[in-house]
Ligand binder design. Structure first.
Ligand SMILES: [Zn+2]
Ligand SMILES: [Zn+2]
Length: 370
């Protein structure tokens, strides 16, 4: 099969059509990947922000059709349409049973670049190929744990459903699950890429009345307005904290989301939050990013809450159907997130577009020539 492979850190992706798949093992499923989003976290593997072994088939945001199931698979059957989830959720472990399936203990294996047991089902020329997040949606097919997918109705277009698997669950989930946005709240979102736009539309659904979008690209701020931002701040021209203060009667926003993952923007997010307000950290930092905070004036006197947000604090089995309902009602924009539809051969250009800030999402449609 054909797949886009990252051969080594800091290298361009290469597309090859001689990638081999093993048969699905117990609890595993072969999925024909119909579409895959190109997410900033794929780029983060390329540049080493997220360290994973190489060579690896990237892609962790996809949707497709179940083609074959391994022994003991009960959650899905051949022919089912599924959204893939980059975090498995087993429903049985400590965190799953404590209402935090986004931290499922089975997901600890994802750092290995393999399946739940740490081994991979992909190879090329006899050498193993790793698969991002136990998925690898830049391949035409993927062997995936059955606990890494959610069955969806057949009438949902798969290129639209694909985006739910990372960007939408993370961004909308940050606003609806992680944060406690009250009707009429002021919200600021620092970083308006694919996930940031979803935080913005989530904040709108949650009832925020003022949504301040902050980014350095005017192109992204324009998109932010389409997704519900009421105000925009170009952080390249101005001090974002002062601007947010000015838009919130000098108080700071009720809830501020950081969706970049840099130390300075995390500090901005904390400083732009009103006393008693909430900071939600969504961006993916490099492993060596540290934040230095004043204890008295962050927590004690100003009583701010800083929350980490992994995967939108989602329960995928509940949230995927909920998000699809919101989409059917017209409250959630999905098609509008797709700036470009591309082939898997164009993925390097899609990475360049993402860095230039010109796209919300590029979506790969696999051709399945074989
Ligand atoms: Zn992602
Ligand atoms: Zn679990």
């Amino acid at each position: 099969m054909k797949a886009a492979i990252l051969p080594a850190q800091d290298s361009p992706l290469e597309t090859h059509d001689d990638v081999e798949l093993a048969e699905p093992g117990p609890g595993e499923v072969r999925v024909k990947v119909v579409a895959s989003g190109v997410c900033h976290s794929d780029l983060s593997v390329q540049n080493g922000t997220i360290p994973l072994p190489t060579p690896i088939v990237l892609g962790h945001e996809g949707a497709g059709i179940v083609e074959a199931v391994g022994e003991g698979v009960t959650k899905v059957a051949v022919g089912d349409h599924v959204v893939l989830s980059f975090v498995p959720a087993c429903g049985e472990c400590y965190t799953c049973k404590h209402g935090q399936p986004f931290l499922c203990e089975q997901s600890n294996s994802s750092a290995t670049g393999g399946m739940l047991d740490g081994t991979t089902r992909l190879s090329r020329g006899g050498a193993p190929l790793f698969q991002m997040a136990a998925l690898g949606t830049y391949g035409e097919y993927a062997i995936v744990p059955e606990i890494s997918m959610v069955k969806i109705p057949d009438d949902v277009p798969l290129h639209v459903a694909a985006l739910i698997g990372c960007g939408v669950l993370t961004g909308v989930g940050a606003a609806l699950n992680t944060a406690e946005i009250q009707e009429g709240d002021s919200v600021a979102v620092i970083g308006c890429g694919g996930v940031g736009l979803n935080v913005i539309q989530g904040a709108k659904i949650a009832g925020a009345s003022r949504i301040i979008a902050v980014d350095r690209f005017d192109s992204k701020l324009e998109m932010a307005r389409e997704f519900g931002a009421t105000d925009t701040v170009n952080a390249g021209d101005t001090d974002a904290v002062i601007e947010i203060m000015g838009l919130t009667e000098g108080r700071g926003a009720d809830v501020v989301f950081e969706v970049i993952g840099l130390g300075p923007t995390i500090e901005q997010a904390i400083n732009a939050t009103r006393k008693g307000g909430e900071v939600v950290l969504v961006g993916v930092p490099r492993m060596d990013v540290m934040v230095n905070l004043n204890a008295a004036f962050t927590w004690l006197y100003l009583a701010k809450t800083i929350k980490g947000c992994w995967y939108g604090s989602s329960n995928v089995y509940e949230d995927v159907p909920k998000l699809l309902d919101l989409w059917k009602q017209g409250s959630l924009k999905l098609e509008e997130l797709i700036s470009k539809e591309i082939t898997v051969d164009e993925v390097n250009e899609a990475f360049a577009d993402m860095q230039a800030g010109t796209v919300a999402r590029s979506v790969i449609r696999h051709a399945h020539a074989d």
